[in-house]
Design a protein around this ligand. Structure first.
Ligand SMILES: Nc1ncnc2c1ncn2[C@@H]1O[C@H](COP(=O)(O)OP(=O)(O)OP(=O)(O)O)[C@@H](O)[C@H]1O
Ligand SMILES: [Mg+2]
Length: 235
């Protein structure tokens, strides 16, 4: 579904050059929930931005279904952003003055859908995330967990195969955070959506099908011990 091969990215030039991603290899299967952890500043958001078509890598290759990119500049991967990936951010990124329904419908209309079809799809997506009775509420009238579920509805409403979530539970209490992960599990299992999620919380990370650790510019499979930062004890 998603395949990232030998992806490299640095910033700046000369002595101030900073190599951030030094050959990332990873795969996400259809219907898989994959969590990614790693120290602050190690390049997690940079990697998601490249996979999401918002930033180009220096070298390497990304295949997402039929999309091939990685080093293409963002203006050449409009179709990835439109049809390939949905985003979920820590701070929800909802429009304050719009109802839940309009927040979801608005983004569909931006991608060129007629307003009547956008509204139908938005309703279905909000039902799917359990907000059928909150469609006419504006963000201020919703809890943090509910606002994040509106963002999830927005991300899945365009039938995109991959959701990129950058610390989706960072602004939520423990219970709401877990509910969001349960929703991801449900979407992966029952709707065949794939989710790549960055989190700093080892408990939430361990709820994924698979955990990755991004460290020193490369990714490695991780387990709960390394996620907690517990060093291997040599026998
Ligand atoms: N546009 C940019 N120009 C220069 N340096 C950048 C740019 N974007 C990111 N960086 C640097 O790249 C490194 C990785 O940043 P990134 O935001 O990907 O880290 P992160 O793993 O998401 O961290 P956090 O866990 O704190 O969110 C950092 O050292 C950052 O300063
Ligand atoms: Mg980040």
């Amino acid at each position: 579904m998603l395949s990232v091969e030998d992806l490299r990215k640095g910033f700046g030039s000369g002595r101030r050059r900073l190599e951030v991603l030094k050959g990332i290899n990873l795969k996400v299967e259809q219907g898989e929930l994959v969590s990614m952890m790693g120290p602050s500043g190690c390049g997690k958001s940079t990697l998601l931005n490249i996979i999401g078509g918002l930033l180009e890598a220096d070298s390497g290759k990304i295949t997402l279904q039929s999309f091939n990119y990685g080093t293409k500049s963002p203006n050449r991967v409009v179709d990835v952003r439109r049809n390939g990936v949905g985003w979920i951010f820590q701070d929800f990124h909802l429009v304050d003055r719009l109802t839940a329904l309009d927040n979801v419908a608005f983004s569909l209309e931006l991608s060129g859908m007629s307003s009547s079809e956008a509204e139908e799809r938005a309703k279905a997506a909000l039902e799917r995330v359990g907000l059928g009775d909150r469609m006419d509420f504006i963000p201020d009238q919703l809890s943090g967990g509910q606002q994040q579920r509106v963002a999830v509805a927005r991300a899945i409403s365009g039938s995109r195969p991959l959701i990129l979530a950058d610390e989706p539970t960072g602004n939520l209490d423990v219970k709401s955070g877990q509910e969001i992960i349960h929703l991801f599990q449900d979407l992966c299992k029952n709707d065949g959506i794939s989710v790549l999620m960055v989190t700093h919380d080892p408990i939430l990370a361990s709820m994924a099908d698979r955990m990755l650790l991004l460290k020193d510019g490369v990714t490695a499979a991780s387990d709960i011990r390394s996620a907690w930062g517990i060093e291997e004890v040599q026998p």
